[in-house]
Design a protein around this ligand. Sequence first.
Ligand code: ADP
Ligand code: MG
Ligand code: MG
Length: 902
Amino acid sequence: MAAHDSVERKYVYDFAEGNKDLKDLLGGKGANLAEMTNLGLPVPPGFTITTEACKAYLTTGREPDGLAAQIEAHLESLEREMGRRLGDPDDPLLVSVRSGAKFSMPGMMETVLNVGLNDRSVVGLSAQAGRNDRFAWDSYRRLIQMFGKTVCEVPGEEFEHALDEIKRAKGTHDDLDLDADDLRGLVGAYKKIFAKHTGREFPQEPREQLDLAIRAVFDSWNAERAVLYRRQERIPADLGTAVNVVAMVFGNLGPDSGTGVAFTRDPGSGAQGIYGDYLANAQGEDVVAGIRNTVPLQELEQLDKTSYDQLLGIMARLEEHYKDLCDIEFTIERGKLWMLQTRVGKRTAAAAFVIAGQLVDEGLIDLDEALHRVNGAQLAQLMFPRFQLDHEFEAVAKGIGASPGAASGKVVFTSARAVELAAEGEAVILVRRETNPDDLNGMIAARGILTSRGGKTSHAAVVARGMGKTCVSGADELDVNVPAKRFTVGDHVVNEGDVVSIDGTTGKVYLGEVPVMPSEVVQYFEGELDPETTDDALVRAVHRIMTHADAARRLRVRTNADTGADAARARRFGAEGIGLCRTEHMFLGDRRELVERLILASGEREREDALAALLPLQRADFIEIFREMDGLPVTVRLIDPPLHEFLPPLEQLAVNVAVAQERGEDVAKEEALLAAVRRMHEENPMLGLRGVRLGLVIPGLFAMQVRAIAEAAVAVVRDGGTACPEIMVPLVGAVQELETVRAEAERIIAEVVGDSGVEVLIGTMIEVPRAALTAGQIAEAAEFFSFGTNDLTQMGWGFSRDDVEGAFFWRYLELGIFGISPFESIDTDGVGRLIRIAAEEGRAARPGLKLGVCGEHGGDPDSVHFFHSVGLDYVSCSPFRVPVARLEAGRAAITTTGSDSR
Ligand code: ADP
Ligand code: MG
Ligand code: MG
């Protein structure tokens, strides 16, 4: 083995030795202090102890060899540069000890200021400041307080109580009214508190203070709150933190001194301007602690114009250098400005877009970089209406934020009532225990949906998300009584017609009407706001970045839409076709009766009659959709759910029969239905008679649908339009299934289409694992594949989609078995592997095979990147997700570097 300690590792870097790209080694704070130093900005001298030293300490439980000597050497050179020695009784150098990890972590240890002060150097500090005793004792009491709290875990409140006590005795609320004697007394009180909690006197040896503080920063990496924060933010646990030792500069030397924080642009809106707070005669931590009222940074211009101008110059310089919004911390010591921190600042979703657009205008970044700096989650957030920020309503319940947005309206308990009131122009909130497919009209009519049961994948949640409608599900504090038309929550009784407000992001439920604002981004996508003429900076920025994403992306984006209205909206949102048109809704409502006839048909004749009655209805539906999607492909899925889903539930039928018998009415039909429901009952309907199996068992069913599609296409073409239908067979697991359906379909299509020029593709969903694994065979009979990732996930994992989220996903998430529900974001290792295999083997068997995705995942940002990497042709998602998918497909195409967006 090589003598690993022959070359000693470098654990300490002077600020002049680092730069902003060394965040892994120096932490964010240290790397940026070094960067500013090298830019020639006024940074107090200091050095950074690396994350490597921290990691070595955390693994072995002691400081690594050589660290102490390196700290000593850097401290000496700092002392030489400052012309003062740490804690010297006559003319002390003081330092701050500051933690700083790669990612900013609010859960970490705070900073210790004024290290090096003790009973003797406090006198020297006073002399240094021109016999300013007040300042010296104020600095000393701050040291004991911060050191006690962060290094020795003394409860912070005890210090605060002692401070309040003195202020009370003095009859003031302002710590500026305390004089040197008061503060000397406070130091005495603080020392007692320190000794009581630690069993030792406050350390007087400056170097011991320094070493203990450094060690405490190392240890803070594994403090409980830091561990929790990292887990939540998915920050790796093994990065360690760096420690910065910085020569103190003083903002508490008098009225010509002070401290502040600032942003180079408004992190809320992205607007250009000066945003910051300033506090005269104070040390850094006072600003954040809110001990005294800060003044807007603009007022510094009156107080100290030279420093103010210099600060604005530095802020402009930093923006230009980092090419991004920066936030900064600074201190002014008797008219001299010092920079204490900078970093690329956090911002809201709106500000992210606006700033990216501005920086392009200013020539600081190009459009690729602008696209890289925003994301689909931010765009999605901007597409929902929201409650006004300053409302004062209190939530009465909290459910699951199942579909974001904000909505208020009158409570209704049935779909019919929702439709009625909405027709009268009322805003309504549909409240149910849980919803079912019959509530669809009510859900469309309502502003929002509130249920007391069900999770993020319940019917209400999935359908609401698809419609872009606000939904809170599983608000289990609500006791919903539909027959009585009321719900109770706590002591409140809410009757039909009472107004409630729901927040689909937070899951909160309010009584009364919380004011809502519409999304200007949606107004833009709807074509109601012209991006060229609007003065809305957000809309202009979104337009610009979306245009670039569209130019950059390779994935096409289609929509899932079952109606002409959905298709039209999705098209406005940029959809390039329909990737999934479900046909089951075409069997609902007043068409149920025909489905019942189909199911109860006793012979070929009756069945054919029922199908013949359904044919024109379906054809009309398809005509409407093809017209809206004129010239673009429309993938129609043949009927998928089990037929008994179209019949009333067993219990209800049983009751109907009993009641009718009681009344002596003719119950023949009810009895027949009841018998059919009993006959068709399945233990596992999701694994039962559905999809292609249904088509192979019920003669004429698929044939009727294929005919309706082909006839609709011909009708549209005869009218001068262009229809591009693609027929999709669901739930295929074996090529033989598809071949059987295909043979019949081709016959019908040839007969209907004739010489009209209509071309109809036939393909299949890949949603059963066996289909993915035999994709090479299936491709022989399919012109396209569409991955049904919901079922593929369900069957890949063996998770019943309707049950598992509420039942145990919380535990799986807690244990980290997965970081996010595989129904929300594609499981790339497992389900994703099935997709890869199917894509590769399918294309090998049939070059030019079209590949797409039509599950909920088609609009999930992370999943879109995965589908791009697999080389699919398109994703399809609900209309509201279309812009998100466009944006992320663009980002996937330009993402070449692995730079951190955290
Ligand atoms: P945080 O990460 O919590 O902001 P910092 O290490 O930045 O912690 O320090 C907290 C406060 O102390 C900041 O306001 C900072 O400006 C101030 N501060 C840190 N080091 C010094 C120093 N050497 N001189 C004066 N003020 C300092
Ligand atoms: Mg800071
Ligand atoms: Mg499916």
